[in-house]
Ligand binder design. Structure first.
Ligand code: AMP
Length: 273
């Protein structure tokens, strides 16, 4: 496996590749969710390239950029065991210059849900993903459905900028107790982890209700809030895939999204309906 640590390395490496390239962008602290994206890429492409980069421009001033878990050596071992071809792990200085152009994502999609509390977050995400796409020139790029708003905005960027990359969204990988895997789960103590299970339990409950034909959003959102009553809920809401609020579910067009805080840890989960 090749370790690429600066822009020149990845540009040179990319020129040597013939055939399809799958790309998996991550911020490291890798877990089985990330590995599922790598495996999907390896099945569908001749080459798989992973990036590990904690991107400063997507963190707000009071967020956890400084303390975000950084476990590069362990991450590289996992990538090697999984069998990817190369890992791009650049420094912040090699990815950004001073006073760069910034990105304005579409307001409608980027100012709701995660964007309501984090006004610059998706601008930073799209900025780094576009830079990484320019360097890796992927045939396909792999993202988790767990970060639903993120993958929908990346698809929108690919459409709007006519980028020649196919966005693949992959199912949420969960721990045995049902909690969606996240690099931030390590911040939860035993008690908080138990409390956090209200989130996947609510997702399951809503799933069952929908299977039984309950499509009324007001009813389902009330039910979800009752199930999440012990947590600090940021939102538990239904949206269309273009991120408009909906009142009635349409199959293959709707998403139910939860963000809730357990102690200081903010957790995300969702259901693609
Ligand atoms: P991150 O390192 O948190 O930026 O995540 C990198 C990619 O892994 C993103 O596309 C995430 O949506 C995806 N991802 C994170 N957690 C999971 C999970 N539990 N299941 C599937 N994909 C995930």
């Amino acid at each position: 496996m090749q370790l690429l640590q600066n822009v020149h390395d990845i540009q040179t490496y990319r020129q040597t590749l013939n055939g399809s390239v799958g790309f998996v962008p991550t911020m490291g602290a890798l877990h089985k969710g990330h590995l599922s994206l790598m495996r999907a890429s390896m099945e569908q492409n001749q080459h798989t390239l992973v990036s590990i980069f904690v991107n400063p421009t997507q963190f707000g001033e009071n967020e956890d950029f400084g303390s975000y878990p950084r476990t590069l050596e362990q991450d590289l071992s996992l990538c090697r065991e999984t069998g990817v071809d190369a890992v791009f792990a650049p420094s912040v200085d090699s990815m950004y210059s001073k006073d760069e152009m910034s990105f304005n994502p579409p307001r409608g999609m980027a100012s709701v849900l995660e964007g309501a509390d984090r006004p610059h977050h998706f601008g930073g995400v799209l900025q780094i993903v576009l830079k990484l796409f320019m360097l890796s020139k992927p045939t396909r790029a792999y993202f988790g459905q767990k970060d639903a708003q993120q993958v929908l905005l990346i698809q929108k960027m690919v459409n709007d900028l006519f980028l020649d990359t196919h966005v693949v969204s992959c199912p949420i990988v969960r721990d045995e107790d049902g909690l969606a895997l996240s690099s931030r789960n390590i911040y939860l103590n035993t008690q908080e982890r138990k409390q956090a299970l209200a989130i996947p339990n609510t997702i399951q409950r809503i799933h069952r209700e929908i299977e039984q034909g309950k499509y009324d959003v007001a009813y389902l959102e009330k039910l979800a809030l009752e199930n999440l009553k012990d947590l600090e809920v940021c939102y538990a809401s239904f949206y269309s895939r273009s991120l408009g609020k909906i009142t009635h579910i349409t199959l293959n067009e709707s998403i139910f999204l939860i963000a809730a805080k357990v102690g200081k840890v903010r957790l995300l989960d969702n259901l693609w309906i």
